[in-house]
Design a protein around this ligand. Structure first.
Ligand code: AHM
Length: 337
């Protein structure tokens, strides 16, 4: 082993970042540490999912009307449990809970932040050994400190996010998070149980060769979106088409790949579901924040995702997200000026 090799753990990194802000209290570092801890617990269960009776449906339906998988429930409980017993989070909004979960105790009421999350995104893929993820979004609360947090703390536009990130449980487990200062990725080293900085200052390539969309819905998309998709398949594209189609069905994995390699991900509205499937607060906003910090773009087809004023905890939104040049090309189809 080369003992001179510099390995920086997630905790070391966040504390180092903190030193740039002498007035900072360290609460954000502690919150990220708690997220790392909860995700390590989830990771253990994801890795042994084939061995224990934790695969499959929990037998209930969540607020979105979708079957809840057992690992969804487990992940939700782990994150809420760890955050409730930490000192940085006043409450959580989760895909798995109808209402916000308010940690009404003395320590939590004095906490600075609230968190929104999809504890296990891509849960349809759990049973078949395909990458899944956790998505999180952190806001500074707007309600009075010392009192329980309120729904207003959660219904803030994405441009108010303090930090956002995801954990991807894939061929390796990675935690990637962004603040306005940058996007950094940490790979879990299972031998020491620590997330170690592996992808510093991630930049989304301005263009790429990959487009990600559910082609099964093609005839339900609006004409402009269909024309853009046809363009992605055309050989004579100025930008060197045809593009390659990749769609995992786990948005974290699709967006992570496009963030690293360049590409565009789309979940447009359909004739049946004009607002699409994805949730603004804990799926679209955190990924939009990360991709923008990395140099990319994200819209709902009409407006920058991060500028949408939320009205409901579980509201849905169409999403177009990815490399800057590819997004600008898309905009010439769906939003011509
Ligand atoms: P989930 O929260 O139930 O897992 O749904 C979200 C997932 C995204 O990760 C993915 O991009 C999308 O649903 C896939 O949906 P579809 O099968 O309609 O293409």
């Amino acid at each position: 082993m080369n003992i001179n090799r510099r390995i920086q753990t997630l905790d070391e990194f966040t504390i180092q970042q903190l030193r740039a802000f002498p007035q900072a209290t360290g609460e954000l570092s502690m919150l990220l540490r708690d997220i790392g801890l909860a995700s390590k617990r989830v990771n253990v269960e994801v890795n042994k999912a084939g061995l224990v009776d934790i695969l499959g449906d929990a037998g209930s339906v969540n607020v979105q009307g979708e079957d809840v998988k057992k690992l969804d429930v487990f992940a939700n409980n782990q994150f809420i449990g760890v955050l409730k017993h930490g000192i940085s989070c006043a409450g959580v909004g989760s895909e798995e809970n109808d209402d916000i979960v308010v940690f009404d105790d003395e320590v939590s009421n004095n906490s600075k932040y609230v968190m929104l999350m999809d504890p296990l995104d891509g849960s349809g893929n759990i049973d078949v050994n395909v990458s899944i993820g956790t998505i999180f979004s952190i806001y500074r609360r707007v309600s009075e400190r010392g009192k329980p947090c309120t729904i207003e703390d959660f219904l803030q536009p994405g441009n108010k996010q303090v930090a956002a990130g995801y954990v991807i449980y894939g061929s390796s487990t990675m935690l990637v998070y962004a603040t306005k200062r940058g996007v950094n990725g940490f790979t879990l080293d299972p031998s020491i149980g620590e997330f170690c900085l592996s992808h510093a200052d991630i930049q989304c390539p301005p263009t790429g060769k990959i487009y990600s969309v559910n082609h099964g819905n093609f005839f339900q998309y609006q004409d402009e979106v269909r024309k853009y998709i046809n363009g992605c398949q055309a050989k004579d594209k100025n930008s060197g088409g045809p593009y390659t189609q990749r769609y995992i069905g786990s948005m974290v994995a699709d967006v992570h790949r496009n963030l690293m390699k360049g590409g565009i991900f789309m979940y447009p509205g359909t004739t049946d579901k004009p607002k699409g499937k994805l949730r603004l607060l804990y799926e679209c906003n955190p990924l939009a924040f990360m991709v923008e910090v990395a140099g990319g773009k994200a819209t709902n087809g009409q407006q920058r995702i991060l500028d949408v004023q939320p009205t409901e905890l579980h509201q849905r939104s169409p999403l177009f997200i990815g490399s800057k040049d590819m997004m600008e090309e898309l905009e010439t189809f769906i939003n011509p000026s």
